[in-house]
Design a protein around this ligand. Structure first.
Ligand SMILES: Nc1nc2c(ncn2[C@@H]2O[C@H](COP(=O)(O)OP(=O)(O)OP(=O)(O)O)[C@@H](O)[C@H]2O)c(=O)[nH]1
Ligand SMILES: [Mg+2]
Ligand SMILES: [Zn+2]
Length: 310
């Protein structure tokens, strides 16, 4: 039988079969995935073959080719990675200006990773209900910046329902990863979109204004109008550690556009004469915050060891 992995609890995978049945599955003991060193060989979003057994559960015996996937490093020291989700149509990056504040470095790292994995991103500014006039203006500047670069933005409040209808039209018939720092309201948003989803949400811990990773396993939640949302436990990005230095420029869309006019085609846009990127920053065509994020990722590449810099 063939089906879609909709939930991963660590030891068991829940598969929705093509004929609509829900089956709990384990991975066949000798199952290995070619070319990917991963602590778990399959993930939510994967299409798989399963073999039923007498108890009504099943073994996953094969996996279909993936359109894309996102990975996370198992730990800072290990080279092993964990596949979080596969076959995504898009990702929502949930951002909050406060409680907690999402840094531009975090946003830009996420966007660069999404470019590398070819996953389109919509930036969702949540908790708009909390903002005062100054904060609202700041948020609008962010929206202008990212829309100019080419990322659609939407301002919402999962709490009051503002903007939810508009967001819903973007989700129809698509597999959408919901990502963002802990505490930004991913689970609250999913509950607002799918009332029966019943995602656990958490109070922000007062001491640091940061969240506590309430969501601890990956699952896909089916939308009434077709498509799925994937809620992820504290995903930090797209595993940007394996981006090559030479490729980095191409994952910052606007920097890439200007870099075509750099004097040297291996320009790193740091110190080289005739750098069109540095010129564009001076002329305010490229934002300083974006350039700083680029430099931040470039610095990672100078380190022999991996650094979780965000
Ligand atoms: N004021 C306000 N509070 C919100 C909004 N959305 C979420 N919250 C609150 O923010 C807190 C964290 O929300 P969660 O949905 O648990 O956050 P999460 O992103 O799922 O967090 P993790 O599962 O830890 O990754 C909860 O107390 C929510 O009630 C919003 O639009 N406005
Ligand atoms: Mg959550
Ligand atoms: Zn340059």
């Amino acid at each position: 039988m063939h089906g879609l992995i909709i939930r991963n609890t660590g030891s068991w995978y829940t598969v929705k079969t093509d004929d609509g049945r829900i089956v709990e599955c384990k991975v066949k003991g000798n199952f290995r995935l070619k070319g990917i060193r991963s602590t778990s060989p399959v993930a939510v979003g994967d299409y798989v073959d399963i073999i039923m057994n007498a108890e009504g559960t099943a073994l996953i015996s094969a996996i279909d080719d993936r359109k894309n996937y996102i990975i996370r490093k198992a730990s800072n020291l290990s080279k092993q990675s964990q596949i979080i989700a596969a076959n995504l149509d898009q990702a929502l990056l949930i951002i909050t200006i406060k409680q907690p504040e999402t840094s531009t470095t975090f946003i830009d790292r996420f966007l660069a990773g999404a470019e590398a994995y070819r996953v389109p991103v919509v930036l969702v500014f949540n908790k708009t209900d909390l903002l005062n006039d100054d904060e609202r203006r700041y948020q609008q500047q962010m929206v202008t910046l990212y829309e100019t670069i080419g990322y659609p933005c939407i301002e919402i409040s999962a709490e009051t329902g503002m903007g939810i209808d508009q967001l819903q039209t973007l989700l129809k018939q698509k597999v959408t990863l919901v990502s963002g720092n802990s505490g930004v309201g991913k689970s609250t948003l999913i509950n607002a979109i799918i009332p029966h989803a019943d995602q656990r949400t958490a109070e922000i811990s007062n001491a640091h204004g940061t969240g506590m990773h309430t969501t601890t396993f990956s699952e896909m939640i089916e939308l009434a109008e077709g498509g799925y949302l994937i809620d992820t436990p504290g995903i930090k990005g797209f595993g940007t550690f394996d981006i090559e230095r030479e490729e980095l420029t191409s994952y910052f869309k606007e920097i890439f556009e200007f870099s075509k006019d750099c004097k040297f085609n291996n320009c790193t846009h740091t110190h080289e004469p005739g750098c069109a990127v540095i010129q564009a920053i001076e002329n305010h065509y490229i934002s300083v915050s974006r350039y700083q994020s680029y430099l931040n990722m470039l610095e990672d590449k100078d380190d022999s060891k991996y650094r979780a810099a965000y």
